[in-house]
Write a protein that binds this ligand. Sequence first.
Ligand SMILES: *[C@@H]1O[C@H](CO)[C@@H](O)[C@H](O)[C@H]1NC(C)=O
Ligand SMILES: *[C@@H]1O[C@H](CO)[C@@H](O)[C@H](O)[C@H]1NC(C)=O
Ligand SMILES: *[C@@H]1O[C@H](CO)[C@@H](O)[C@H](O)[C@H]1NC(C)=O
Length: 594
Amino acid sequence: MAAFPFAISAVAVILCSVLLPPSSCSPICAARTQDHVRTAFHFQPAKNWQNDPNGPVYFNGMYHLFYQYNPHGALWDVGNLSWGHTVSGDLVNWADLGNALDPTAPFDANGCASGSVTVLPDGNPVILYSGIDAARRQVQNIAIPKNPRDPLLREWTKPSYNPVVPVPADVSPDNFRDPTTAWLGRDGLWRFAVSAVAGGVGSTLVYRSADFLRWERRAAPLHASRDAVMAECPDLFPVASPGVPEGLDASAAAARHVLKVSMPDTLQDYYAVGRYDEETDTFTPDGEEDAREFGDYRRWRRIDHGHLYASKTFFDARRSRRVLWAWVNESDSETDDVARGWSGLQSFPRALWLDAGGRQLVQWPVEEIETLRRKHKAMVGTEVEAGGLREVEGVESSQADVDVAFEVTSLERAEGLDPSRLMDPDALCAEKGASVRGGVGPFGLLVMASGDDLREHTAVFFRVFRLLHEYTVLMCTDLTRSSTKTGVYKPIHGGFVNVDIEKDKSISLRTLIDRSIVESFGAGGRTCMTARVYPDHVARCSSHMYVFNNGSDAVKVPKLEAWELATASVNAIAAEEGDGLAASGDMCKSTAYY
Ligand SMILES: *[C@@H]1O[C@H](CO)[C@@H](O)[C@H](O)[C@H]1NC(C)=O
Ligand SMILES: *[C@@H]1O[C@H](CO)[C@@H](O)[C@H](O)[C@H]1NC(C)=O
Ligand SMILES: *[C@@H]1O[C@H](CO)[C@@H](O)[C@H](O)[C@H]1NC(C)=O
């Protein structure tokens, strides 16, 4: 079949729908009586359950995202999930391509679980995913495009020789999943990492292959944790030199790699920075202390200190950066999810790189978000007195992007802190919330605040403490008053921020707000915190935003910028070949290829 010309026009149509700015004429508060918590610029399928991001890849000028998807309803249910599939030209606007994988074969009859995409040297992409087979064993399978010339990669074939990796004898059959993107060693062999409970220990195993079909397990795991039930969704990727905001391809040689795992015991993502040795396929964390604590993942750094899980990165060759996706689940009730007909978000994509100090990652929303910026407000050179509250007027804070810097005039009144409290920032934030007056801080933002005496509001803030010989900065997101609704999980998230406040004197906060999610980036993305909120007042489209200071001294706000964000085009329907939409593809031809 001469599919190629049709395919080109289909690409044009889809790029058209995902590249043109969404209806700039509709105000952000267009009638949304039914579902005011549905997000405006985060990826979610039109309906139903989604969880882990799968196989993100930049291929042929398009960004592809696959995701764990239950086409039958708003809950995970029995877990017999499919892979949903969506594409974008800009990581902001998305077209729906239907399911890429469904649980139809003996080797995935009970579910197509998480996995990845690798682009082979011949230019063809291949999916590596975990199937839950007819006997309910987790096995590793591959899938290849049915028509490699279809630029949208809509249909995938699962070869009958699957699984390519059955469950090894020492691995528990219900804990062997989530293969990473594969990387190519200088010896010409492919490798991927996969989660397993091996000999009763939560481990990340490595497999090698010369042909992507016959895989051999390496004797030593990349990581094994004495404390973990299971380490899910591993990710191993090389990073550029400290402070260089760029990414590297999975197969690039690099002095440093990052190993990330997701821990079901705590529902958090952790990572370590270290050296990956491709001779032995082992990973050694940097620093003596990190190496000593390697068995205990709770000592690792966190991708996010809030509500975010199962993250996965990919290398974006278009802009030479590494981009992270993650699942952000609901925190209201299953009854609410069923009533709304959907559950689960993908975090807004973040670029990530190694911090100048070389010990931790920094994460930052991809710059394409700026295409959604509309109404702009700035405050310059403001000072907020002790106990003060300043409204950022004229910006509807239910769909916004805010970037603010706080400058502290003196650290003299910083509260003392016992070092033992460093272990549990959540508890410290819970004890010292926004309304507990402090020395230096709390200061920060109140977002999604209702007009009626702040009955509903979400506080994102910092508080500076004095340790024996230094200062430390705590960042918190307090959800206790985020919604008047009952039956909603309203925790207080906390994390320390790796900054030298004595030297810098100032600290920045960037917050993305989207109807039921608040993602915050402290100190240029050194500490990240995602929260789910369900404010009732958002339905009335009357969300306010404030800067507050509940410390004992004034804080300066040298600059605050806030933008209302437009609604992205998410789930545009991919045009069928030859239909009316395809004809109108002409107007977008110039943007069809870059
Ligand atoms: C998968 O789940 C759906 C919805 O619960 C159900 O209709 C379907 O029969 C299930 N398939 C299998 C193979 O269990
Ligand atoms: C969502 O995650 C939170 C923890 O982050 C957990 O308490 C809750 O059970 C999860 N909800 C669902 C519906 O999975
Ligand atoms: C600041 O503290 C006072 C006194 O505890 C409290 O009434 C007020 O709500 C606090 N401000 C914020 C923004 O929490």
